[in-house]
Design a protein around this ligand. Sequence first.
Ligand code: TGC
Ligand code: FAD
Length: 384
Amino acid sequence: MSPEDFCGIESDLTEEDRLVQAAVARFVDERAAPLMPQAFEAGSFPTELIPEIGALGILGSSIQGYGCPGLGALAYGVICEELERGDSGLRSFVSVQSSLVMYPIATYGSEAQKTHWLPRLARAEVIGCFGLTEAHGGSDPAALQTRARPDGGRWILTGSKMWITNGTLADLAVVWAQTDQGIRGFLVEKGMPGFRAQTIHHKLSLRASDTAALFFDGVVVPEQNRLPGAHGLKAPLSCLTQARYGIAWGALGAARSCLATALDYTRTRELFGRPLAATQTVQRRIAGIVRELTLARLLAFRLGQLKDQGRLDPAQVSLAKWNNVRMALTAAREARDLLGGAGITTEFPPLRHALNLESVVTYEGTETIHELIVGKAVTGLDAF
Ligand code: TGC
Ligand code: FAD
């Protein structure tokens, strides 16, 4: 039995999904993993990997046509899982590109927008970001203050966004703004006068990821850059459902990396005349990680089945995002402790994962928000 796949879920993947998983795992082990500790220390995303991510053919994995592979939900899940085994920043990069930029263009965009942007986003020739959160409170996006005012056949965009992944790397920002008709989505292009992205420094978490504030100072956006199918808050929230699904899988990858490290370390570290892993306490702690990881993986797998059947409810995604990220954070802290002092440097991944997961637990809906979404689903009462 594999510690990381204790209930043999992988044997139920299709041949195609297993090929995708193997290709991403190879990329992570051979190309990305060696770079991530240094990228984390440097506080920047390893941009040299971007062409290789594009060449893997995994961006916009669920989209049919427009240069995208049209894979199923489980394939997207294992892609996120393998990437986050390397670092949450890697998975974030792909989550944003696939779920938060390509998905809204594919779902709410005009034919011209799809044809123009999707193939280039799929090849990572164009990088995107998603601007929903504002400084005054990300949990309540209905209260967003960025405003788009109609002006003849165009829009004037004014406001700002905070905590935007890929913000300074992006050639294209999907920006959500308030209009007289409600919330609408706009494709804001790098270089449009009045649009500026500024790196957020001094992060202690998700350091190998580009996080930025976006500013819109009377940016003129042509009507053809508005997403015609996006009406109201439901549109950006539907993108979040896609990304949260990927995060529920991604967190498993971080936990698997921590479990593998803890197993390796405790099997070979000898104290009191025997390997640490031969003590009952250490075995109980490792078995505890395996138990929680296995349950979280079963949950993610079930979500994938429901998604492919078109039966997935956003509240089920909330339950999994909340559970699986919390599971991974607990596993990362436990693994860090099992490594003793060695666990506090970048030589071993658990503390890097734990620090990253402090962001993952907050973004895409905090734990409290997901608890309240599940609470509302089961009581029928809105307690936000
Ligand atoms: P509420 O009245 O509940 O909903 C408004 C409309 O939207 C529908 N809806 C959803 N549709 C699809 N997916 C979902 N998850 C949906 N949630 C709600 C809902 O049915 C309704 O439709 P309709 O037809 O009635 O209009 O809205 P509310 O204002 O009460 O807010 C609910 C709440 C608090 C759950 C929502 O605001 C929320 O989820 N807040 C958290 C915000 C959040 O997660 N932000 C994430 C920003 S992006 C990010 O963090 C990227 S990190 C990327 C990375 O690096 O990986
Ligand atoms: P707040 O909403 O101010 O919440 C503060 C605290 O209050 C939290 O503990 C929260 O759980 C709690 N709280 C909120 N409401 C309630 C309530 N009703 N009852 C009880 N407690 C409550 N956003 C984007 O749009 N695009 C991105 O690409 C993106 N990337 C990000 C990358 C990173 C590294 C980070 C850290 C964030 C990113 N975000 C992004 C923003 C993220 O989605 C928000 O940080 C998140 O939604 C929480 O919003 P907030 O930080 O404003 O906290």
